[in-house]
Design a protein around this ligand. Structure first.
Ligand SMILES: *[C@@H]1O[C@H](CO)[C@@H](O)[C@H](O)[C@H]1NC(C)=O
Ligand SMILES: *[C@@H]1O[C@H](CO)[C@@H](O)[C@H](O)[C@H]1NC(C)=O
Ligand SMILES: *[C@@H]1O[C@H](CO)[C@@H](O)[C@H](O)[C@H]1NC(C)=O
Ligand SMILES: *[C@@H]1O[C@H](CO)[C@@H](O)[C@H](O)[C@H]1NC(C)=O
Length: 179
């Protein structure tokens, strides 16, 4: 009886160890952390002094089709232009819709301060003509290595020269990035 119960315990322990250490979802979950980042992207519009974006190609069509724009925007903790700087969003957008003004973007968000200083994540996807943009986070560097997720954007404030977007990024990334 004692031998049976101890061999049962042994088998149970073995199964537990197998589940804990070999099952891919469990192993992955232990190495993954989930983050929600909220920040504000500050753009100075095309064609105004000190614009943070420039036309590389301007086809001058109402739907923007074929246009190529390069961006170097800052993102900050708040909607106010003097709220703390967090980092920069750099990359490009291509007018890619024949029906409405809409484009495909390929961008990197990189942090220049705070706990993510020096780390970045990459965003790829379409910005629709209005409403909320929902784009894919396709990877990252530093603390965002192995990142995947999505980022939502919606206009939070405008002036005649600026557009400010509220951004919410939902990221799954490596818990302890190795160097
Ligand atoms: C553009 O930037 C320069 C240099 O930072 C600054 O002196 C100037 O006031 C800015 N102009 C506008 C319209 O913001
Ligand atoms: C852009 O298109 C508008 C309307 O089609 C036209 O009036 C304007 O001259 C064009 N501008 C350039 C720079 O081609
Ligand atoms: C961010 O990192 C850079 C490069 O390591 C460093 O020079 C800079 O001082 C850091 N900035 C802050 C605010 O921590
Ligand atoms: C934006 O509005 C300000 C006044 O609020 C005005 O002085 C400025 O000329 C306008 N800029 C443009 C590009 O329309």
């Amino acid at each position: 009886m004692a031998a049976l119960s101890s061999s049962c315990s042994f088998i149970f322990l073995l199964l537990l160890l197998l589940v804990l250490f070999t099952s891919p979802p469990a192993a992955l979950a232990r190495r993954t952390r989930f983050l929600h980042l909220n920040f504000y992207l500050h753009e100075i519009n095309l064609g105004v002094p000190n614009s943070t974006m420039i036309f590389v190609v301007n086809e001058n069509r109402s739907n923007g089709f074929g246009d190529v724009v390069v961006y170097d925007n800052v993102f900050r903790a708040g909607v106010s232009p003097d709220s703390p700087l967090l980092g920069r969003e750099q990359g490009l957008g291509v007018g890619s819709n024949l029906q409405v003004y809409s484009g495909l973007t390929a961008l990197e968000f990189f942090f220049t301060t705070g706990r993510y200083n020096g780390s970045s994540f990459a965003v790829f996807g379409r910005v629709p003509a209005g409403g909320i943009s929902d784009r894919t986070i396709i990877g990252g560097t530093g603390r965002f290595r192995m990142a995947r997720g999505y980022i939502l954007g919606s206009v939070a404030a405008t002036t005649n020269t600026t557009t400010t977007w509220e951004m919410n990024a939902y990221i799954a990334a490596h818990r302890r990035p190795r160097h």
